[in-house]
Design a protein around this ligand. Structure first.
Ligand SMILES: Cc1cc2nc3c(=O)[nH]c(=O)nc-3n(C[C@H](O)[C@H](O)[C@H](O)COP(=O)(O)OP(=O)(O)OC[C@H]3O[C@@H](n4cnc5c(N)ncnc54)[C@H](O)[C@@H]3O)c2cc1C
Length: 299
């Protein structure tokens, strides 16, 4: 309901320079508004006297582009999740497509934007998992002192290590996903358990891929797990992707399971127990299921 005391002023800039003047002219950073599906459901954020200025970025020229180059797919930050699902069908890896076809209801995905799903404060939404897994980068516009600037950095590096939020105020302008043309055998696996909306502390998103080298027949296994309230871990993040020649026995699965378990515990449970035993066990069962699917494909 409209409340003149708390309802913010909505600015609708058409270019990034106009966003800059808003950020540079207000002591408290304005709140960026894309689809608004996260902002509006978090009652504390909207309408809210702490954010008297809202910047609606959906009309900024160039923010809705979708460009496929030889090596990347570059996606403007205000593309909606449902638009991406349609546009990305021929280009995206299966795990990204599966993520875009599950999760939030269609009516939400028609409004929710890619940038908003990445930058939501206090929770990691599901799409972050496959993007991290495929080593996505973001083009960002940032504010340091009175000087705005642009840079491209890995998606993983924009997040605070200790909680689901951006390290600094950023305007995400574009998401860049490397495009891989697979020559050897390739398989990607996606699972989400629970919901980051209903119960973030119970939700798990898992992405697994295997690729086989055509020449050596060696198999490379990467796995990424995202815990909505805590953070993400990818084997490739620590150069720990598993290199194996085959997965043909339960003993081999057991060994990889133990290594994956140790890697997750090293990241999340070495100081505090951020991931409880039952959530870790669920994650490891999904990992086993992924390995079983890989082994079936190798027969
Ligand atoms: C009913 C419901 C069910 C849902 N279910 C699921 C689910 O099952 N799985 C799932 O993963 N998600 C789910 N979602 C979450 C949904 O995916 C997010 O709300 C949505 O992606 C946020 O995008 P938005 O464009 O609406 O963001 P907004 O609400 O506009 O913004 C979100 C945050 O990001 C910031 N922001 C937005 N764009 C940018 C940008 N370009 N640069 C920097 N900061 C920016 C804003 O300031 C704000 O803090 C659900 C949401 C709803 C309402």
């Amino acid at each position: 309901m409209f409340n003149p005391t708390f309802s913010p002023t909505i600015n609708i800039p058409e270019n990034v320079q106009a966003v800059d003047s808003l950020f540079l002219n207000y002591d408290d950073d304005p709140l960026i508004f894309a689809g608004g599906t996260h902002i509006m459901r978090t009652v504390m954020d909207y309408p809210n006297g702490h954010f008297p200025q809202l910047v609606d970025i959906t009309k900024i020229v160039g923010f809705d582009t979708f460009v496929r180059t030889e090596k990347t797919v570059e996606i403007g930050a205000v593309n909606t999740l449902s638009h991406l699902h349609e546009l990305g069908e021929p280009f995206f890896e299966d795990a990204i497509k599966l993520c875009l076809s599950s999760g939030a209801p269609e009516v939400v995905k028609r409004k929710a934007t890619l940038g908003g799903a990445i930058a939501a404060d206090g929770v990691y939404y599901n799409i972050v998992a496959p993007l991290i897994h495929y080593n996505a980068s973001v083009e960002v516009h940032f504010y340091k002192g009175n000087m705005p600037g642009n840079r491209i950095q890995s998606l993983a590096s924009i997040y605070d290590e200790t909680e689901p939020r951006l390290i600094e105020p950023l305007l995400i302008t574009k998401v860049i996903i490397p495009y891989t043309k697979h020559t050897g055998e390739h398989y990607s696996y996606y699972r989400e358990v629970g919901s980051p909306i209903v119960n973030p502390s119970d939700s798990i998103v898992f992405v697994g891929t295997f690729t086989s080298d055509e020449v050596t027949n060696n198999i490379s296994i990467n796995a990424t797990v995202l815990f909505a309230d805590v953070g993400f871990f990818s084997l490739s993040e620590t150069n720990q992707t598993f290199q194996v020649t085959t997965i043909s026995s339960f003993e081999e699965i057991e060994i990889l399971r133990e290594e994956f378990k140790k890697a997750i515990e090293d990241k999340f449970n070495s100081d505090d127990e951020l991931i409880c035993a039952s959530r870790l066990e669920k994650t490891l069962r999904i990992f086993e299921d992924f390995l079983l699917s890989v082994s079936e494909r190798l027969v």
